[in-house]
Ligand binder design. Sequence first.
Ligand code: NDP
Length: 277
Amino acid sequence: MSAVGTKRLGIIGDPVEHSISPAMQQPALDELGLPIRYERWHTPLAELPARIDSLRSNDVLGANVTVPHKQAVIELIDEVSPLAQAAGAVNTIVNRDGRLFGDNTDVYGFRLSLTGTIADASTRNAVILGAGGASRAVVLALHEIGVPKLTIVNRRPERAEQLIAELGSTAVVAAEPGDVLADAGILINATSLGWHRGELPLAADLLDRLPAGALVVDLTYRDTDLIEAARERGIATLDGLGMLVFQGVLAFERFTGQWPSLDVMWSAARAARAPRV
Ligand code: NDP
């Protein structure tokens, strides 16, 4: 039960214990004096339909959705934005008087994080490692930015081919990252390799093939072996915290109709992310 007048938001996933979203959203809600509580809603797959149904309650404003449910929720809600439809993933659900509207704010999150870091992203070729859900958001964002050439490298190349076909993308697939780095102004790790020490999505010495002035991006939201290897070579880097913060900023606006303080969300996210051990 919530206090009278208090509304609720939450993050749906399995697991959700380590999610930064509550730590980032709650201070921003409080700063605006909004009587809204942001909760963790751990939801195994078998409980997903009931959880989604519970969002129709009039004390719930909506939810963020994380791994592994971003695709599965599409079938359970009433309406999906064209962008979320294209991405094949919903990470934000808004309760509109009992009807559930799904959106994707990861695309915006990645786009803002990248364009806030380098002004000339639209003139650089990009290479993406990975072809999962995060890669889809990155591909859509890079098309929005207008990068001239996009190459995807994935462990299972057929998954990259499928992604390109489903998104109607002009990206191409390469078998080996080493073959395509020489003209890559942006290299993005969108694989799940990076969270743990010893995980590298490509051999570190391949980074020497990148052109001068390249940017190495890792969607993991803290330092990774890839980020460290790039830094050691004097290559500019960007981790995934900015994407996480900006997707949260847009989700906040979708839920409340107000923009949060970027400073509050940034500093809360920085404080909440797990240190590298
Ligand atoms: P998915 O499970 O959808 O995709 C995983 C990708 O990693 C696939 O391309 C997969 O290849 C590849 N992969 C996994 N294991 C290996 C391996 N051992 N060797 C080579 N490739 C491997 O995950 P997501 O796309 O949802 O997430 C990817 C990363 O992005 C995660 O680290 C996640 O935390 C991060 N992320 C960050 C966000 C942010 O806001 N910063 C937002 C969303 C995600 P294959 O297809 O061959 O299996």
